[in-house]
Design a protein around this ligand. Structure first.
Ligand code: ATP
Ligand code: MG
Length: 401
């Protein structure tokens, strides 16, 4: 049987205890009755572990967590980040508290608010006891009046659902690609003095945000208008943290993994995404293998050292890992990349006939390949059925293939 990829077995977050404690205390502050909005900005280079940190910090907390992220290429749906945040919030409410929230929304939202929220997330119109009109109308983002209505409705929504015993945590990822309109909407919510018990977490790549001046100024504006702002800078992992990660993953004592940890630090500078790609590469190349007798992981540090001399480019490493997939899977990835970072399966099947691929692909094969890509952790599927490359380095590697 083929051994599972090491990158998919990792369950622990290493070397981030201090940052987890900081997020924990922010959350505790937000739980205090009538607390003001807490904003946290998490900056760091791509792949250093910003998203993983937030996921770990809030996964077992009693809160309504809504996560959304911006896409590198402009989304066809301008409010998609709100749709994702609110969808997750509704999903977290679940059936236990359904009636409580339904009643709150029914009482607190005006007719216009219900109608607008219906247009933003029609799937949850049942929660709003909303008028059925408006469901098929398009949101008016182009006029000042239309935008103001959306702002008011979102504000009213968050005023209503953030409760003392169950705060709201909004996690917005990849702010470096944020659009002006949605930043404006978030600002309206974050600076509203009547919204209580809400934590906003914005993550961004500190180098790439320099290209989005509006987002940069927005972060500074939010930070200076609120005392409740925390800024975290997430760097690379130290050799000790890498050693902890390796020991956990390879099920070996830290003394035994130390030489590999030092080499990994040298090769990757401690970037976690890079470390995981390198581990998969070593495993696939047989440089990291299980001893037949003891079943424990083994490696020859001199061989690893020698054969990883050229692994100094993460995209090349991702490309090498992708080349090990069956040809047809790679072809489906390439085809999908023509549709962008995020794509729709039906459209992928449609364009298959238009764009020439090196191998002939049947509809059913596309579905099989997508299943493999999801299993391999290269793509993710969303509630609405759309798919996305799980990391933009993977997308980048596919495009450059
Ligand atoms: N401290 C850590 N310990 C173990 N694994 C980690 C740690 N941080 C991140 N990871 C893993 O490393 C990978 C990259 O992390 P993540 O996606 O959070 O990076 P990121 O900073 O959000 O990158 P990007 O800016 O590209 O979105 C993920 O698979 C994640 O689970
Ligand atoms: Mg991320």
């Amino acid at each position: 049987m083929q051994e599972q990829k090491l990158s998919q077995l990792l369950q622990k977050l290493c070397g981030r205890e201090e940052d987890l404690n900081t997020l924990n205390s922010v959350f505790e502050k937000a739980r205090i009755r009538n607390s003001n909005v807490e904003a946290v900005f998490i900056a760091g280079p791509s792949g250093c572990g910003k998203s993983a940190l937030v996921e770990q910090a809030f996964k077992n907390k009693e809160c309504l967590l809504g996560s959304g992220k911006y896409a590198q290429r402009r989304d066809s749906q301008p409010l998609s980040v709100f749709v994702r945040v609110m969808t997750q919030i509704f999903d977290t409410i679940g059936s236990t508290n359904l009636e409580k929230y339904k009643n709150l929304l029914k009482d607190e939202l005006s007719y216009d608010d219900k109608r607008t929220l219906n247009q933003i997330i029609p799937k949850y119109s049942g929660y709003m006891c909303a008028p059925t009109t408006g469901l098929n109308e398009k949101l008016d983002l182009s006029s000042i009046k239309g935008l103001q209505q959306i702002k008011n409705s979102l504000r009213c929504f968050f005023r209503t659902v953030a409760l003392e015993d169950c705060p709201i945590v909004i996690h917005v990822d990849d702010l470096q690609w944020a659009s002006d309109t949605t930043l404006d909407l978030f600002e309206f919510i974050l600076l509203d003095s009547e919204i209580k018990q809400l934590v906003f977490i914005g993550c961004y790549r500190d180098d790439e945000i320099l290209n989005n001046k509006t987002a940069l100024k927005w972060i500074e504006r939010i930070s200076s208008s609120s005392n409740q702002t925390t800024k975290l800078s997430i760097g690379t992992l130290s050799s000790d943290a890498i050693n902890n990660l390796l020991s956990d993953l390879l099920k070996l004592d830290e003394k035994e993994t130390k030489d590999l940890a030092i080499l990994m630090k040298k090769r990757t500078n401690g970037n976690v995404f890079y470390i995981l790609q390198l581990l998969d590469h070593l495993q696939a190349e047989g440089l990291l293998y299980r001893d037949i007798m003891t079943c424990q992981f083994k490696w020859d540090i001199f061989k690893v050292q020698e054969q990883t001399l050229l692994s100094d480019n993460v995209v090349e490493l991702v490309t090498a890992n992708m080349r090990r997939l069956p040809t047809i899977v790679g072809e489906v990835m390439k085809l999908a990349s023509c549709l962008g970072f995020r794509f729709n399966e039906k459209i992928l099947i449609l364009i298959k006939g238009i764009i020439q691929s090196q191998v002939e692909i049947k509809d059913v094969e596309i579905q099989d390949c997508l299943r493999i890509l999801i299993k391999e952790g290269l793509m993710e599927r969303f509630e609405n059925g759309d798919l996305e490359f799980s990391h933009n380095k993977i997308y980048q590697a596919t495009v450059s293939e």
